[in-house]
Design a protein around this ligand. Sequence first.
Ligand code: SAH
Length: 237
Amino acid sequence: MENSNFDRNELAKFESIAEKWWDKSSEFKPLHDINPLRANYIDEHAQVSGKKVIDVGCGGGILSEAMAEKGAFVTGIDMGEAPLGVARLHASNSELNIEYLHSTAEDLAKERAQTYDVVCCLEMLEHVPDPASVVKACHDLVKPGGYVFFSTINRNPKAYALAIIGAEYILNLLPRGTHDYNKLIKPSELSKAARDAGLMVKELKGMTFNPITDTYKLGKNVDVNYLMYCQRPEQND
Ligand code: SAH
């Protein structure tokens, strides 16, 4: 039976605005703005050139294309049809050869266990019913010794104020309702899910937004947005 760890209401949020995915002044501006930071962070730790990379919850393919441009062999998966359509068209216009599949991470992990050198799952876990199940699938997809990168939003009053009230209601960076407070994930919860899945957590990195300069940077502060970098042990246990 096919895995059902996805939420149609969450997917609908992205389906309805997918055609704007590559418009850098649209709702997707924040993803475009953070993309060089996260793509470089991944490349610094995992040297993606010539490697097999999978982008879980790839959407319109902003990270997938950046990985392909850095020389990786990229597979992107998403449960949204419209984002995948946009991703396929954009890659072909950019003359990038990227494999895009309509699948959950859990389903693909059954067919392609231990296939990828690098697994990326960015800004997606806060949209699924059971994030720990996706974390486990990411572990299963990566080769022993390979790297897994997650990013999501912390859950605390400051994250509520900045990522939901600030970004959705004051600055209008994201459509209202994009993020549901109860689905946000604390770094401690993500670390536990990663360890329970058999991954070693190597680093937690904060991502902060300065609304005055309209810029993002990576640093120590994980109060709101953060990245987590993990490694699958070489030894199978
Ligand atoms: N990772 C991309 C897009 C983030 S938007 C980036 O950071 O640039 C979140 C994406 O997750 C949407 O495209 C949505 O369709 C997808 N998504 C949500 N639930 C999913 C699931 N269970 N499996 C696969 N993709 C999912």
